[in-house]
Design a protein around this ligand. Structure first.
Ligand SMILES: *[C@@H]1O[C@H](CO)[C@@H](O)[C@H](O)[C@H]1NC(C)=O
Ligand SMILES: [Zn+2]
Length: 376
């Protein structure tokens, strides 16, 4: 036996723990409306490689030993603005989008070996992100906001919730979502996953929108409704993090009136055909219509409606738990970044002018809805 035959497995075990190598439990996946399959944990990767979207509902069954999923909660109807009313404010803030800072932060975020939710570096990247978010708050009074680490019992990388308390109708919650984890779909525990576009770009989009929004708050404009930015863990495991967070919100009877997900905001296949993708699967039509109003008012490029398959990002967890949601994507689905989930999902392939257009959508959504009357 050669030395490396000992050394390599030894290093693997030291670096990633024994559990991941030998533990291959059964999982229950939802791959369509009321379409359930049961696979081994390791088979989830083959599904990913063949482009099948799924929600891993193993921890959300109506009986833990059964295969029945909890019923999806019905999504109530809310009215959203039919026109924008905050153009002056939004345009002033948009002018301050800082592409250099976004680039530097994203470079750092992709420099973690992987942000795989079960890995040590995926835990470190969550801590880095949390520290970044704390640093954005500057002089803001700690009574206005809170930063919550949402712990997931089965893996270490926590989700982060940045909450700005509503002053009048705090029960109405507006959520801007993205996911912080990345995945190398060949061997997630061993190979790097820079995840620049998926979903480093959405994370940085949220961070920049939040930075500008906090500036607005600093000028004394507190929201009537509650505003939350969610940075989910473990999207790549089948929406695990967002299902935990939004399932908990459902249990607690919380009222999310709008959830807008941004997952992949940086890749432009053809600059002459640049556009924003508005995903229709698992999305709420009224909220999508509101986003069209926002895009027409504030964004330089047009939108295009698109479909991405059943459970392509965390907005599906919101819908499943009874909250109206939508998903903004870098382009129509067929033209999105094909290097995701590999070592080639890198920063140099991204376009920061395009990311800025996505920042405008998140920022404008928050400002247009922060004082909107959703009823009690
Ligand atoms: C946040 O600010 C502290 C104090 O200035 C600094 O040490 C830390 O590195 C910052 N965190 C990040 C992630 O930049
Ligand atoms: Zn993603």
């Amino acid at each position: 036996m050669k030395a490396y035959q000992f050394v390599v497995p030894f290093l693997i075990i030291v670096r990633f723990g024994i559990g991941d190598l030998f533990n291959d439990p059964w999982r229950v996946l939802e791959i369509g409306q009321n379409e359930i399959i049961q696979v081994k944990e390791s088979e989830k990767l083959s599904l990913k490689r063949s482009g099948v979207g799924f929600i891993d509902v193993t921890d959300h069954l109506s009986l833990p030993w059964g295969k029945k999923i909890k019923n999806a909660a019905p999504v109530p109807y809310y009215d959203y603005p039919q026109t924008v009313s905050q153009a002056g404010t939004v345009k002033k803030l948009i002018a301050e989008i800082d592409q250099v800072a976004m680039h530097d932060d994203l470079a750092r975020f992709c420099s973690f070996f992987t942000r795989y939710y079960k890995s040590a570096s995926g835990y470190e990247s969550a801590q880095w992100l949390s520290s970044k978010l704390h640093n954005l708050t500057g002089e803001l009074s700690s009574e206005i906001f809170e930063i919550e680490h949402f712990d997931h019992k089965k893996w270490k990388q926590f989700s982060i919730i940045f909450r700005v308390h509503g002053t009048e109708t705090a029960d109405n919650v507006i959520v801007i979502g993205s996911h912080q984890d990345s995945l190398n779909m060949i061997f997630p525990s061993l190979m790097p996953a820079p995840g620049a576009d998926d979903d480093g770009s959405g994370t940085i989009t949220s961070m920049e929108a939040l930075r500008l929004y906090l500036k607005h708050l600093g000028n004394g404009h507190l929201p009537k409704n509650t505003i939350e930015f969610h940075f989910y863990s473990a999207e790549e495991g089948g929406l695990l993090g967002s299902m935990d967070v939004l399932g908990y919100y459902r249990e607690q009877g919380r009222k999310v009136v709008a959830m807008v997900q941004q997952d992949m905001t940086g890749y432009v296949a053809n600059k002459n055909d640049e556009h924003i993708g508005l995903v229709l699967d698992n999305a709420n039509e009224r909220l999508v219509n509101f986003l069209k109003v926002v895009i027409d008012a504030y964004v330089k490029i047009p939108y295009r409606e698109t479909r991405c398959g059943y459970a392509c990002s965390d907005h599906a967890s919101a819908t499943k738990n009874g909250f109206p949601s939508a998903f903004i994507l870098e382009s129509e689905n067929a033209k999105t970044n094909r290097y995701i989930h590999t070592t080639m999902d890198t920063l140099d392939r991204l376009d920061f002018d395009h990311i800025s257009e996505h920042v405008k959508i998140s920022l404008a959504t928050v400002i247009e809805l922060s004082n909107w009357n959703f009823g009690k």
